[in-house]
Design a protein around this ligand. Sequence first.
Ligand code: ZN
Length: 197
Amino acid sequence: MKKLNLYFFIFLLILACSKSDDSGAEIEIIEEEIEQIFSCVSYDKQLDPQNTNQDDLMQYWYKFVDDVKCTRGGPDYGERNPSPNIFFEYRTVAQIASGVTPDHIAYSTFSGYCNDSAVNVGVLYNEWTEKNLLQRLWIMYHEFGHDVYKYEHSTDRADIMFPASTRGDININDFIEAKDRMFKRSFPGIKYIPCPS
Ligand SMILES: [Zn+2]
């Protein structure tokens, strides 16, 4: 605790010095623009230029399929899952049995993650409408992580498979780095959902 106070004090001193050096000049705030790291698909304001409806859940699936194909060269999950079932759920969290918590506003099901040719993902509509595009992408990729890759949850907040899929502080680069690790099947503590063989 003593150490902490000392650091704080030094920090204050430095601040004071730099202020007098400025001789009253206004402090210039430099806003650093984050340069987006490379991704082979775009996650711009609209996922699909032809479709302005961000509530169209299939857009997130198509984006994911394209993303896997161009990031990793395949597999083509669109071909493997010819009729994905991705739907809004209008029940409340309390009404849906297990596996859904308020931090985890969507869910995948046994019939999806234990079937390589089926995708079955429900999204809680009320919670969904409060999220921005990046959060929605994070949520949907998380569910596809369960459904397509059969991933269990990760304990690292930086991973898409971390259970609190609705972090408010994510930025586009966090997302791109996390989805690249997810596609490469390379994040620490990776675990798979056991399915009957
Ligand atoms: Zn999950």
